[in-house]
Design a binder for this molecule. Structure first.
Ligand code: COA
Length: 332
């Protein structure tokens, strides 16, 4: 009744069906969040990645696409790991479609010699009922363990002038710098060092993740991806004695009114405790409010155990908008 097979995401008909399934699933499961737009999925999935290998599987019922799964393996670090996403259309659930897609993902992991599977399952902050966390029920059924719990937080713009003024602390030697789309080459080495620390310094729960390798090529690839999904990178950093010691980036959609996403925020351990995390985030938000007054919300994820980052976000006024659990299965 259901056929599951690998699909070619470069095929326009496949991509358009894929977008429809993702859109229907997101509107059903996380209605408070902006769903991925077709253009974003096209840019993201069709990027000629240099640092990762990707694959796409879909489930069909009488020729209609009813479920999707895509896999991602880093080619530059974490050689044991395979990340995947899996979604089944709400009208076709509890009929083993998800299980059939997962079997393809597992077979692919085995072929690639990847022993740890990682998948994210998201539920909205409010609401109830038996289907509030279908991903969690499904993952637990298939032997996954909840390795890290994150909260999805949302900040409604604009911030008040009082909040911005009250948080600005210019009385030290840190210089606040900013960039758009491309990180200036002079900061790449420092930014790569900070990026590698994102994994080692933020709480990772039981996740089997090892230090990541970042270099200029990988940054440029990420920037290519942001451009391909029709977004801009808005970056802010703190510089002391010629070194970039803190960085924070937002991705902001081009042209259309849509929500922005907070990406990394990290402060070098030697420079923590000076309010830099709050200051660089705030500088970026203030620039966004001035340059893009159409953006109404910023979304971010934080590990539930990441007290310092949550404190910064509470200060800025972020509120919890959902829970995202990372489910892990080892020895696949
Ligand atoms: C999670 C999801 C992919 C499951 O797809 P599905 O085709 O309904 O899954 P299956 O029919 O193969 O379910 C297999 C088993 O998983 C468990 N399961 C599935 N959905 C569940 C739910 N809503 N609550 C509790 N357990 C659930 C059950 O044990 C089920 O077996 P049963 O129906 O005999 O009780 C689908 O609900 C979905 O797309 N959710 C939104 C996206 C998402 O969360 N993705 C992350 C996946 S980890």
């Amino acid at each position: 009744m259901y056929e599951v097979r690998e699909v070619d995401i470069d095929d326009d008909a496949i991509l358009s069906d894929w977008s429809r399934v993702v859109d229907d699933v997101m509107r059903h499961d996380v209605p408070n969040q902006p769903p991925w737009r077709h253009e974003e999925l096209r840019g993201y999935h069709r990027l000629p990645w240099r640092t990762r290998a990707v694959a796409f599987f879909a489930a069909f019922s009488a020729g209609e696409m009813v479920g999707v799964a895509n896999t991602r393996c880093s080619l530059v670090d974490t050689p044991h790991l395979l990340n995947f996403e899996l979604r089944v259309h709400p009208d076709h659930r509890r009929r083993r479609v998800g299980t059939a897609l997962l079997e393809k993902v597992i077979a692919s992991a085995r072929d690639l010699g990847r022993s740890t599977l990682l998948v994210e399952a998201e539920s909205p902050a409010h609401g109830g009922g038996p289907d509030v966390d279908p991903g969690g029920g499904f993952a637990a059924h298939h032997g996954f363990k909840p390795a890290l719990v994150n909260h999805h937080r949302v900040l409604r713009l604009p911030l008040t002038a009082d909040l911005i003024d009250g948080l600005t602390r210019p009385d030290d030697d840190y210089e606040i710098v900013s960039w758009r789309d491309h990180l200036p080459e002079e900061w790449i080495e420092d930014r790569a060092r900070l990026a590698a620390r994102m994994v080692t310094d933020s709480p990772m729960g039981d996740l089997e993740i090892t230090e990541e390798n970042w270099d200029m090529d990988r940054f440029r690839e990420l920037e290519d991806m942001v451009a391909a999904i029709d977004r801009q990178v808005w970056g802010v950093g703190a510089v002391l004695a010629g070194r970039l010691v803190a960085a924070s980036e937002l991705t902001v959609p081009n042209l259309v009114r849509w929500d922005a996403d907070q990406w990394d925020t990290i402060v070098d351990p030697d420079h923590r405790g000076h309010g830099l995390g709050t200051r660089i985030k705030l500088a970026n938000i203030a620039a966004l409010m001035a340059g893009r007054p159409d953006v109404e919300r910023i979304w971010t994820y934080n590990a539930a155990a990441n007290t310092p980052m949550i404190r910064v976000n509470d200060t800025l006024g972020f509120e919890i908008g959902g829970t995202l659990t990372e489910w892990q299965r080892t020895r696949v």
